[in-house]
Design a protein. Structure first.
Lengths: 164, 164
DNA sequence: CTATTTCGGATATATTATATCCGCAATTAT
DNA sequence: ATAATTGCGGATATAATATATCCGAAATAG
């Protein structure tokens, strides 16, 4: 019961794209360098975001990944589901029907209380994730990121994009 | 991002113990037979419940597992954490501090908005799980379990406990 | 005291996650 | 056109975790 490590990478990458001027396109090489992450595996995460329609890709020189929608229209839930999948965390195998005291399937009309309770909690979790979007995250980021880092990052991108 | 399969087994086993007369003690062999599950692995789940103080164990003849507390005092969250662990699902590795634009650790005063948002959603999930206890689950079970199965189970236990 | 029952830690196997590599297709700058 | 860049998808290797089993130690009934 845990998130994949790539989730953190993917969300931070989206957050970075949202912080830069709209339409900015960053290749996986640059993203990996910025966060000091393994490029090939980060690219796999971005690929998942692309398949989910969260980022758009541009191939070829000057290509890379860019947000497919305004940051306010990309929720945390969408990113989480893109990376970790949208399957329910609890999969009921209906063991209540098994064993010597089980009865015919038609007698079971709805999921058992255990499954319903666990699914209800999952729903609360998803609801909370759906309340937060990339714009919110970047507002928080602006308040909590050290000014020194913001300056450093601005300078770094200027040099990188100028050099290319 | 998913629950272990043993979670379903553990909760159903607790639910069964709560449904039987207080103080009832069932060995893993009987539990496994009742749900048609692999005995050795089910015992592992019960072991976790025991280590978490949810069930008490009695070794030797006539031994087995029994609830350590009244069913109203055992929450779904406690059982979930006993089986799947109580670690946070999202582990922040602070990649914001890495790479060429990171600054000294002392400049970061609190977790980033991404981690806080994900943890908040987890908190909502735990809160929901903590609202439900074993007594609730069994009330639900009484309403949704086919009467045919209840009768069958009663008979099965009578025979089993008489034969022993 | 002894035989039996049952739990619990150690161990093995299977599955999944993590990480990498390479050829291909698409795009762009020259 | 051509060469260079970049993402995509498949194939593969390794690490971590979940799943499953076994056997010894502990406890009890008789």
């Amino acid at each position: 019961m845990k998130h994949s490590e790539g989730l953190e990478w993917a969300i931070h990458s989206c957050s970075l794209l949202a912080a830069l001027p709209p339409g900015t396109c960053l290749p996986s090489k640059l993203l990996a360098e910025f966060f000091d992450l393994p490029e090939a595996y980060l690219a796999k995460q971005m690929q998942k975001l692309s398949q989910a329609g969260i980022v758009e890709t541009r191939r070829g020189p000057r290509g890379g990944y860019g947000l497919a929608r305004p940051s306010a229209d990309i929720t945390l839930l969408q990113m989480v589901e893109a990376i970790d999948g949208d399957a329910q965390h609890f999969r009921c195998t209906e063991i209540r029907r098994c064993g010597p005291t089980g009865v015919a399937n038609r007698h079971y009309t709805r999921p058992c209380g255990i499954a319903r309770s666990l699914w209800k909690a999952e729903a609360a979790w998803r609801e909370e994730l759906n309340k937060v979007n990339l714009a919110d995250i970047n507002r928080m980021g602006q308040a909590e990121t050290p000014p020194e880092q913001i300056a450093k990052a601005l300078k770094w991108f200027q040099e990188k994009l100028a050099g290319a």
